[in-house]
Design a protein around this ligand. Structure first.
Ligand SMILES: C[S@@+](CC[C@H](N)C(=O)[O-])C[C@H]1O[C@@H](n2cnc3c(N)ncnc32)[C@H](O)[C@@H]1O
Length: 285
């Protein structure tokens, strides 16, 4: 059996040959996850041989990663705002950029807020992060993917939030009552169709297109949401919407043209305008 260090070195070579960015850290993380070895295990006993079962699982994982399957789909987990989220092929993998949406939502949360709606929750990372940090709130997530909803429900269960989070299958807010939300969080699909061929293979070949693609200019979902929010938000309600790079100006216009006031467009850690915060204009509808 190869030693831990030999296994990581060999995997690094194979991942580099397959064009995987950050091949060595990825190989290390795969070994840690698949062989049940924490970072300390690799550092303190690099010469220890891999057990047979671990070696077989690691070999399979490296082969999948070399085919550009995202690391999170192989391990089945992705951290988000310090919480562990289960992921699967039906869900988008939560991105660090989306933590900006949660931060902006918590900062703009209306004082009397009780009800949060997540449109397109995927893993549930936005809604469940907000609920985990605000114990007085309860919320609902509506996604059109039943398989993604199963993952979101499992995450709510693991995080101990099932009594405050409900998930339903549907088309955006169609089934929700007028004024149903004090806070809306939403990371809609926003990739323009023509950008699809240029996406990283991890995204293009493995993440669900229905979670990503949004028409010729990437704004189809935002157009629908802009028209929906004035009805969905309660008086004083606020919505925080994730944007793609370069979409801020168009989105300000789209949402501003409805009965909504743009409060902020928050930048992410990469200095990209990422989270548009809008409020229902007084006297809307
Ligand atoms: C970009 S993903 C965001 C997932 C998750 N909120 C996150 O931030 O990781 C968009 C999500 O919206 C869902 N979605 C797309 N179109 C929808 C629609 N018409 N109605 C409801 N959900 C939709 C997709 O299934 C997907 O889960």
């Amino acid at each position: 059996m190869p030693s831990r260090e030999d296994a990581v070195r060999d995997a690094t070579r194979r991942l580099e040959a397959a064009g995987v960015p950050g091949a060595r850290p990825e190989a290390r993380r795969l070994l840690e996850a698949l062989a049940g070895i924490g970072p300390a295990g690799l550092l303190s006993r690099p010469e220890a041989p891999l057990e047979t079962d671990a070696a077989v699982a690691f070999e399979d994982a490296v082969a999948r990663r070399a085919r550009r399957v995202p690391l999170a789909y192989i391990t089945g987990h992705q951290p988000f705002r310090g919480l562990d989220f289960r992921v699967g092929p039906a869900t988008l993998i939560p991105r660090p950029d989306s933590e900006t949406v949660v931060a902006a939502a918590l900062d703009h949360l209306p004082a009397a807020a009780g009800r949060v709606v997540d449109l397109g929750p995927g893993t549930g990372c936005l809604l469940l992060s907000v609920l985990a940090e605000r114990p007085a709130l309860w919320g609902a997530g509506v996604d059109r993917s039943p398989d993604a909803l199963a993952v979101a429900r499992a995450n709510a269960d693991t995080l101990g939030l099932t009594d405050r989070a409900a998930f339903a299958c549907g088309d955006w807010a169609d089934a929700l009552a007028d004024g149903a939300a004090d806070l809306v969080v939403c990371n809609p699909p926003y990739v323009a169709d023509r950008e699809w061929p240029d996406l990283m293979p991890e995204v293009r070949d493995h993440e669900p297109p229905g979670a990503l693609l949004a028409g010729p200019d990437g704004l189809d979902a935002h157009r629908h949401l802009a028209a929906t929010l004035p009805r969905l938000l309660a008086p004083g309600g606020v919505a925080v919407l994730e944007l793609g790079a370069g979409q801020a100006e168009a989105a300000r216009t789209l949402y501003g043209d409805q009965n909504l006031v743009v409060l902020e467009c928050r930048r992410d850690l990469g200095d990209i305008e990422r989270a548009l915060v809008v409020a229902r204009r007084a006297g809307a509808w």
